[in-house]
Design a protein around this ligand. Structure first.
Ligand code: GLA
Length: 373
């Protein structure tokens, strides 16, 4: 079903900048869960022909194409080849909306307003990505009218769901802008004081060939500090300077350059799986880094209102799942750039606060902007 499309503005635009295609959102049936719930798929196409597929399970982005320097569109996000893995737990969190609390909370415990809470523990001794989190929930999708294709996803988490206090209404909107940016806005409101840390778990590989490791892609992070972790990947509380360590991405650097250096933190993460703190802590949409694949020329800039980012170099991908481009996904087939607040903040008073007070509005934005150079 064609839900919306915008006319090319032929009369307003000079010949050279005229849009090549009409933007559109098309809804289709995707699959049905074991419980009989129908999962829908929405295909968003922007005026340049960039395409993104989103399913209502987890708000998962299952594909996203971007042009290379010759204008060739290829899929730049990892995904499963069959619906069952999305429907049945999404073991790698491919493309998913993450919440209620992205990243780890130590032992799944925290205290809020003097009251102790116990969350679902699902990652060694810790709670990761909200337990049976928002990635494993069915969202309601509504296309949004505008110049570019946009999809609004809503989900209501129950009071007490996975141990968190407060009924939380969440809205995540994806816009595929006509300047080739995926713009994501996250909004939430709770009826009780709670903790919230929402993010997106797409695995990028700008080569468009998932058999090619992400190690040759160049990452830049405008972050002079990162959070060292303990053996269970919980931050120790220290903010460590990246200067002189393998964690220095202040100047664009190939991800593989230092990834195998003998370093206790790299050993703990089996590679990079850490939170970097942006130099600019402003709660405004600012450029915080980029990813570049030289051979294709694909360049992705990351902008966010968030103070930090979890850069995860795909260390737990174990070679068991089929790849969209053939073979199996391997360690380092893709990487995540999860903009967020710091992990375990509810237990670490020195970290920026992640409490959302009853009736207050949670609102953050992150943009992944694609171009070539
Ligand atoms: C996050 C975590 C990683 C890993 C992935 C999912 O990025 O930080 O440790 O759990 O999610 O595999």
């Amino acid at each position: 079903m064609l839900l919306g499309c915008k006319d090319e503005k032929k009369t307003d635009m000079p010949e050279t900048t005229q849009a090549k295609t009409k933007s559109s959102i098309v809804k289709s049936d995707y699959a049905t869960t074991k419980e009989g719930v129908k999962i829908e798929k929405y295909t968003l196409t922007n005026a340049n022909g960039m395409k993104m597929e989103v399913i209502t399970m987890g708000g998962d982005i299952i594909s996203l194409t971007a042009p290379d320097k010759d204008g060739k569109f290829e899929d730049v996000v990892l995904g499963y080849t069959t619906p069952d893995l999305y429907l049945d737990g999404n073991p790698y969190f491919f493309g998913a909306i993450i919440g209620r609390y992205g990243n780890r909370i130590a032992k799944g415990k925290f205290t809020l307003d003097g009251k102790p809470y116990q969350l679902t523990v699902n990652d060694g001794p810790n709670s990761l990505h909200g337990g049976k989190g928002f990635d494993k929930r069915v969202w309601t999708a509504t296309p949004v009218e505008g110049d570019a294709p946009a999809l609004k996803l809503t989900y209501t988490a129950k009071d007490g769901e996975e141990g968190y206090p407060g009924k939380l209404n969440v809205t995540v909107t994806y816009v595929l802008s006509n300047d080739n940016a995926l713009e994501i806005s996250y909004e939430a409101e709770s009826d009780k004081n709670t903790v919230v840390n929402l993010t997106q778990h797409s695995y990028f590989n700008l080569s468009g060939n998932f058999a090619e490791s992400i190690e040759s892609q160049e990452l830049e992070l405008k972050a002079g500090k990162y959070l060292p972790v303990d053996a269970t990947l919980i931050p120790t509380g220290e903010l460590k300077a990246v200067a002189g360590t393998p964690f220095d991405f202040t100047k664009a650097k190939a991800i593989g350059k230092d990834i195998n250096v003998a370093d206790d933190q790299l050993k703990k993460g089996l590679g990079y799986d850490h939170c970097w703190i942006f130099d600019d802590a402003a709660n405004t949409l600012k450029s915080v880094g980029s990813l570049y694949h030289k051979a294709s020329g694909r360049y992705m800039e990351v902008l966010t209102t968030e103070p930090a980012i979890q850069f995860y170099s795909g260390n737990f991908i174990d070679g068991t799942k089929d790849s969209k481009t053939g073979g199996k996904y391997q360690k380092r087939s893709g990487l995540c750039l999860e903009t967020q607040h710091y992990p375990d903040s509810p237990n670490q008073p020195s970290f920026p606060i992640t409490t959302l007070k009853a009736g207050e509005k949670y609102s953050t934005k992150t943009t992944y902007k694609f171009s070539v150079k």
